[in-house]
Design a binder for this molecule. Structure first.
Ligand SMILES: [Zn+2]
Length: 357
């Protein structure tokens, strides 16, 4: 028989596939009464081995829920970070996923959190909450809130409220607006069945509406001379941040950040228009950062100091364009609010993750 850690490693590999997560996104855990084993920050689900999980003392972690948190966001996150670090058991050093307290708040033994594109087509749409209440009445829907400590408190309250209303039963599926999904269960098959129910319903729903349930094929890439000219402008303007430039055919990019991960890897806004140094600098002056993804009439370009940064930025920009299409099923795309965006742009934990992966 598999141990719980072997089971959660197997689930991590299954739900670390492209249909469920991109980049280092998503996280998984298992627990007993006293210990929570959680994915380390900055690793991918598919690379997880049973001995890589970080063991946390659940009693210490629970200190977070009664913390007298300072009102200042930076001070609060620093305090939370220190409580999280103190809860890590010495046998498994490392930085636990920031979503560890969310995992801890479920009573179920296994929790698998992912960001499937088919889920986010709904979760990042104006009519997402209404759709989920109608089509998945047993699921818990959580309105968007800042990740980290704020999210963990909201989830805790929402789960307690759900249990009160459902005879002490907790939800198997929790939808997070503009983010993704948590699935909880006591066995691997409970997790698989809950995911299958969600994914099959969504597949049928989008198919019925003629919306793409697989990544739409990329249009032809730009001509080599067009791409070379674009690369020259990008390198001259961005320097080392455009050490690597990747190109693909044009798609209708999202006009803002659809989720925290999209913001982290592709930055909040895509630059749209012809590539000139002046216009790119004007964008940087208005937005406060140099863009990483550029949408022109002939192509999309993504830049990075490394090949991984550039290709991840491209993958997230293309994925956001797909989510924007899927969101038509539920009233159209809903971007992160300005307040949500600013929180993420300044969040140390996320920049740590972007550096790691
Ligand atoms: Zn997440």
């Amino acid at each position: 028989m598999q141990t719980a850690l072997e089971t959660i490693a197997t689930l991590s590999h299954e739900f670390g596939a492209d249909d469920y997560v991109m980049g280092g996104g998503g996280n998984t855990s298992c627990k007993n009464e006293v210990t929570l084993w959680i994915k380390p920050s900055g690793t991918t689900l598919q690379a997880l081995a049973p001995d890589r999980f970080i063991a946390m003392d659940r009693a210490r972690l629970a200190g977070l829920y009664t913390l007298a948190a300072p009102p200042d966001a930076a001070a609060r996150e620093a305090l939370v970070k220190s409580v999280m670090e103190a809860a890590v058991l010495p046998a498994t050093p490392g930085r636990a996923s920031v979503e560890a307290p969310v995992h801890d708040s479920f009573q179920a033994r296994f929790v698998v959190h992912t960001h499937p594109t088919l889920v986010n087509g709904v979760a990042c749409s104006l009519g997402g909450a209404a759709f989920v209440r109608r089509r998945f009445p047993d699921a818990l829907w959580l309105d968007y809130c800042d990740p980290g400590y704020t999210l963990s408190l909201h989830v805790r309250e929402a789960l307690a409220d759900y249990r009160r209303r459902h005879g002490d039963r907790e939800p198997q599926v929790m939808w997070l607006e503009n983010h993704g999904i948590f699935v909880a269960g006591d066995t691997a098959d409970d997790i698989r069945a809950a995911y299958a129910a969600v994914m099959e319903t969504l597949q049928a729903f989008y198919k019925h509406l003629g919306l793409p349930t697989a990544p739409p094929p990329a249009p032809p890439p730009p001509a080599p001379e067009t791409a070379a000219a674009a690369e020259r402008v990008l390198r001259d303007t961005l320097g080392a941040e455009a050490a690597v430039v990747v190109a693909q055919g044009p798609v209708a990019c999202a006009a803002g950040p659809v989720s925290p991960d999209h913001l982290v890897y592709a930055k909040s806004f895509v630059y749209e228009g012809l590539l000139t140094a002046d216009a790119i600098q004007a964008f940087a002056a208005r937005r406060g950062y140099l863009p990483r993804v550029f949408s022109t009439p002939d192509a999309i370009y993504a830049c990075g100091a490394t090949a991984t940064t550039a290709s991840r930025a491209m993958a997230f920009a293309v994925n956001a364009a797909w989510i924007r299409q899927l969101a038509r099923a539920c009233g159209g795309v809903q971007y992160l609010s300005d307040a949500a965006r600013r929180f993420l742009e300044n969040w140390e934990v996320e920049s740590y993750r972007a550096k790691q992966s």
